[in-house]
Write a protein that binds this ligand. Structure first.
Ligand code: GAR
Length: 223
């Protein structure tokens, strides 16, 4: 009798834009390098390329228009309750923010405590927020990078899972630096997901402890 395949982690990806991180995750799934599947991709933007990428992969793609929720005092929470409904309907285990340009509220953070990740193009806690590659260059940093972290209510501040360092060269523009960082984002986000899928992440206060840290996550080989 053949061994039963382990259950795949069901991913709910929230994205607002071009979705290159989503694409890296899809490609890792298609190469069978991830013990995960895309349960649903949701966007607040109807025109998000990420939705197209999801459809092409054969995954449900949902546009949830924020407009009907605007103007009420709890508009952000009400929107997140609707997001939560979609995630629950698709039986999502792990939520991934991938270029999701909306601040998530306690509604989602508490429902997916230590089960929601974000990728950010800086070495947190330096440079949370927007335009971070420009800020790193203007600050005179020699090293930039990217961070995958669990999501808490503070913006870009939850426990850090993986970081990658990326040198800043003289003459780098924010665009050039962003492209160099992005290559590393596409490497570390799938790896963080696989570590989660393998049950190797444990959160202790602000620290994320990785079981057997030197072992590569299955299917991933760091240079
Ligand atoms: C990525 O660089 C990601 O790190 C960043 O948005 C970009 C999305 O690209 N996220 C943030 O700045 C969140 N604070 P993508 O849509 O091609 O994945």
């Amino acid at each position: 009798m053949s061994a039963k395949a382990p259950r795949l982690v069901r991913l709910g990806v929230l994205a607002s834009g071009r979705g290159s991180n989503l694409q890296a995750i899809i490609e890792a799934i298609e190469k069978q390098a991830l013990s995960a599947e895309i349960a649903v991709v949701l966007s607040n933007k109807q025109e998000a390329v990420a939705l197209e990428r999801a459809r092409k992969h054969g995954a449900p793609a949902v546009w949830l228009d924020p407009k009907p929720f605007a103007g009420r005092p709890d508009s952000r929470e009400a929107y997140d309750r609707a997001v939560l409904e979609v995630l629950q309907k698709h039986e999502v285990d792990l939520v991934l923010l991938a270029g999701y340009m909306k601040i998530v509220t306690a509604v989602l953070v508490s429902a997916y405590h230590n089960r929601m990740m974000n990728i950010h193009p800086s070495l947190l806690p330096s440079f949370p927020g927007l335009d971070v590659q420009k800020k790193a260059i203007e600050h005179g940093c020699k090293i930039a990078g990217c961070t995958v972290h669990f999501v808490t209510e503070g913006v870009d501040e939850g426990p850090i899972i993986i970081q990658a360092a990326v040198p800043i060269a003289e003459g780098d523009t924010p665009e050039i630096l962003a492209a160099r960082i992005l290559e590393h984002e596409h490497r570390i986000y799938p790896r963080a997901i696989q570590l989660y899928a393998e049950g190797r992440l444990r959160v202790e206060g602000r620290r994320v402890l990785v079981a057997d840290p030197d072992a590569p996550a299955a299917g991933f080989h760091d240079p």
